[in-house]
Design a protein around this ligand. Structure first.
Ligand SMILES: [Zn+2]
Length: 200
């Protein structure tokens, strides 16, 4: 609801600044002055200086964290819209090349991440992990589980391998929130990798 439309009442005493008597129910403030003040703040927010300051803040680690939180919350509150948009996006022939590029990129990465010493029995173990996921999903009745690369395949500092010891079945929601980040503190320790906090 717009602030202009919020319920008002008529006060006995007039406003010191403008002399009006109408007040808002929700905060007891003079309607004329309150609306004018809100408008001033809004104008100020539009000014190039404020915009530049906001933009700069969003580049700092704190700002990035804030933006990440806001985005996650917006997504949680608008999941249906996001899904609809995604479906529409993937069906648009204009975006086909982009999607193909990503899926091809992913499958090439998996190929690259499979070391040459992977023998048939190891491939069989990998396949079994995917089979485990499939049977769990069948049981759940929907895609509840994903196969996760513990050390991600795509990351600025580390590149995980597509081998059984780096694979596990986790719930899809957990996998989506992890994305390509790798948090060592909660992961099994890996040889020769220094302690890192959060890699993006
Ligand atoms: Zn006033």
């Amino acid at each position: 609801m717009k602030v202009e439309d919020k319920p008002r009442y008529l006060s006995k005493s007039a406003c010191n600044r403008c002399g009006d008597k109408e007040r808002f129910n929700h905060n007891d403030k003079c309607c004329t002055c309150y609306i004018a003040r809100r408008r001033r703040i809004r104008e100020q927010e539009k000014s190039p200086e404020t915009r530049a300051r906001k933009k700069a803040y969003l580049q700092t680690p704190r700002g990035k964290e804030l933006r990440r939180k806001v985005r996650a919350k917006t997504y949680q509150n608008n999941k249906d819209v996001a899904r609809k948009w995604k479906r529409k996006y993937s069906k648009d022939p204009k975006n086909l090349a982009k999607i193909l590029q990503w899926t091809t990129f992913r499958s090439t990465r998996i190929k690259d991440a499979t070391p040459p010493w992977v023998k048939d029995d190891i491939s069989e173990q990998v396949v079994n992990i995917y089979r485990e996921r499939d049977s769990l999903n069948k049981e759940a009745g929907y895609v509840k589980y994903h196969v996760d690369h513990i050390v991600p395949l795509v990351n600025k500092k580390v590149c995980g391998l597509h081998v059984p010891s780096n694979l596990r079945v986790i719930e899809a929601s957990e996998n989506a929130s992890k994305s390509n980040k790798w948090i060592t503190s909660t992961e099994p320790s890996w040889p020769n990798i220094p302690q890192l906090k959060l890699i993006q």
